[in-house]
Structures are given as structure tokens and as C-alpha cells.
Ligand binder design. Structure first.
Ligand SMILES: NC(=O)c1ccc[n+]([C@@H]2O[C@H](COP(=O)([O-])OP(=O)(O)OC[C@H]3O[C@@H](n4cnc5c(N)ncnc54)[C@H](O)[C@@H]3O)[C@@H](O)[C@H]2O)c1
Length: 297
């Protein structure tokens, strides 16, 4: 196919993408973007309803899609999910290790369970995703592109977020070793470090639309707005498309310039009410998610 034909049909026409945590936020944004680029998409999540909703969005874009419930912290579930993707579509070109959780707490209060869960999902889950996907890619012999979602928190940290940072810094460094190992098989591996992106996971940092937390964040961020899943999806599109072919072992921050912005803000008394609302919603979501996360057989 000529390059022009490829562009007209979408740069990922005929490719198959596997995405973990594709039932919400950034993962869903990536699924939609890669579908717009022409790829067929397979999403996994512990939240099957969320993953199925993403499938609907992808099929509405005219691409083939599949979903299954799989916990990235459960090796067998993940291996079966990747195998199901390959069985359904007959190939695997792109893998995005996106699923992640946040279990912030002070060092005085962090429980061993929260510490371990966060490691299991954010670090072991990324390793297992890359291992299962790369094994299939090597077996199929067509090369591949792997993108791991790290975080700006791999590079900056602070009170309450240090344990999350540890997992994301692990991802940031692991991709460099994997790029060395998988390069000869024609597979690139890169990490993305998103800043604050407006998703349920980051509700406490992004605040509510029109709320005081959001306004403060917008004022502190050089580009003047919160990040959106489609911002990160655009970078994944670059890394998995023809223009990203020479990139491997990299960690790319996409944060609107927030890394070097003023770190703290003067809390507005109105923020307290907003924080309480967000925390109540966050607690409810976390309780539902925890039950699914504990299913590992
Ligand atoms: N939103 C941000 O500001 C931000 C910033 C930096 C990095 N990130 C990272 O981006 C990734 C996506 O986060 P998001 O903001 O879209 O969050 P999100 O909570 O909206 O989506 C994450 C999805 O992953 C799923 N998931 C959680 N644990 C899982 C598991 N064990 N197995 C399978 N699926 C699981 C959830 O059910 C959910 O659908 C995460 O790795 C997160 O750490 C997010």
C-alpha cells in the first residue's frame, strides 16, 4: 500500500491493538483514537461493563472490537485475554499497558494491602501485559509497538503520592530494558508520563468542571487547561504510527507544562466542600473497584 493510500485509509488500517484498563478514562480515549486511525481494538478491564461500552464506541467508528474481563494483576487472566485477542483478530500489532490505580497515603498510614495492590496493578500488571503481548508479537513475527502508561509522578512526587510514584518510576525505567530486548524482534517500547488528565482516577487533582480546584489547576498550568484522554491518545497514535517508528526506550511527559509550574496553591475555603464531594464519589468507586481487583483466580 502506498503511503498516500495508508493516510487516506487511516495510518493503522489492518492493525490490531490490545489495551488494558480500556473501560474508562485514558484507556477508552486511546481505544477511540486508534480506531479512528484504522485499527481494530481489543480492550480488557476488571470493569466489563466499561470495557463493553468502549467496544460500542469503537464499533460505531466502523472498526472491529472485542472485550473481556481481565485483571492485569492475575497472570492467567491476562495471558488468556491476549490469546483471545489474537484468536479473534488473527494478529497483534499494538499493546498499551494502561490499567492503573492510585492508593495514596502517608508513610505513617499506608497499609500493606494498599501498597501491595498498587504494586500488583501498576508495576506487575504492566510487566505481565508486556510479557504476554510481546510473546505473541515475537511468535507472530510481525514486530509491534508497545506503549506503557507511566505518569508525571515518575519524575515528581510528594506527600501521599510517593508509593504511586515508585510504581510509575518503575515503569519508566523498565521500558528502557524492554526496548533493548525486543528491538531485534522489531518491537518498540515506550512510556508516556501524563500530567493531570480529567478522568475518574484523577478527580481529586482535576476537580469538578467550573469548580475552584479546576480553576486553580488551569491557572497554574502553562497551557491553561486540564489534560484530556484524547491528548494522551494523540501521543499513543504517534508512537504506534509510522512517525513513531524510530522511537524506543523513551519516556515522554505530556502535562501542559505542569511539571515546572508552581507546585502548591492557596486553598480556597470553597475547595473544602468540593474535596468532600469528590472524596465521597472516590470512596464509592474505590469500594466497587476493590472487590473486582481482589478477584484473581
Ligand atoms: N488521570 C491522570 O491524571 C493520570 C495521570 C498520570 C498517569 N495516569 C495513568 O493512566 C492510566 C489510566 O488511568 P485513568 O486516569 O484513565 O484512570 P481510570 O480509573 O479512569 O481508568 C483506569 C481503568 O483501569 C481499570 N483497572 C484498574 N485496575 C485494573 C486491573 N487490575 N486490571 C484491569 N483493569 C484495571 C479500571 O477499572 C478503569 O477502567 C493509569 O495507569 C494511571 O495511573 C493517569
Amino acid at each position: 500500500m502506498s503511503q498516500l493510500q495508508g493516510q487516506l485509509q487511516g495510518q493503522l488500517q489492518g492493525k490490531v491493538a490490545f489495551i488494558t484498563g480500556g473501560g474508562s478514562g485514558i484507556g477508552r480515549g486511546i481505544a477511540e483514537r486508534l480506531a479512528r486511525d484504522g485499527a481494530d481494538v481489543f480492550v480488557t478491564d476488571i470493569d466489563l461493563a466499561g470495557a463493553e461500552h468502549t467496544v460500542d464506541l469503537v464499533t460505531q467508528l466502523g472498526r472491529r472490537a472485542g472485550a473481556c474481563k481481565a485483571n492485569v494483576a492475575a497472570p492467567l487472566q491476562l495471558e488468556q485475554a491476549v490469546a483471545e485477542c489474537v484468536a479473534k483478530f488473527g494478529r497483534l500489532d499494538i499493546a498499551v499497558a494502561n490499567a492503573g490505580i492510585g492508593r495514596g497515603a502517608s508513610v505513617l498510614e499506608m497499609t500493606l494491602k494498599d501498597w501491595q495492590d498498587q504494586l500488583d496493578v501498576n508495576l506487575t500488571g504492566v510487566f505481565l501485559t508486556v510479557q504476554a503481548a510481546a510473546r505473541q508479537m515475537v511468535r507472530l513475527g510481525n514486530g509491534g509497538r508497545i506503549v506503557c502508561i507511566s505518569s508525571l509522578a515518575a519524575e515528581t512526587t510528594g506527600a501521599g503520592i510517593w508509593s504511586y510514584s515508585a510504581t510509575k518510576a518503575g515503569v519508566r525505567i523498565m521500558v528502557r530494558g524492554w526496548a533493548q530486548e525486543l528491538g531485534p524482534a522489531g518491537i518498540t517500547v515506550n512510556a508516556i508520563g501524563p500530567g493531570v488528565i480529567d478522568t475518574p482516577l484523577a478527580a481529586g487533582l482535576a476537580g469538578e468542571r467550573e469548580g475552584v480546584i479546576r480553576k486553580s489547576l488551569e491557572q497554574r498550568t502553562p497551557v491553561g487547561r486540564v489534560g484530556r484522554p484524547e491528548d494522551i491518545a494523540g501521543l499513543v497514535s504517534f508512537l504506534t504510527g509510522p512517525d513513531g517508528a524510530f522511537m524506543s526506550g523513551s519516556y515522554v511527559i505530556m502535562d501542559g507544562g505542569l511539571r515546572d509550574a508552581r507546585a502548591s496553591w492557596d486553598p480556597d475555603p470553597k475547595a473544602l466542600e468540593e474535596i468532600q464531594r469528590i472524596m465521597a464519589r472516590g470512596e464509592a468507586r474505590r469500594a466497587a473497584q476493590q472487590a473486582l481487583l481482589d478477584e484473581r483466580d
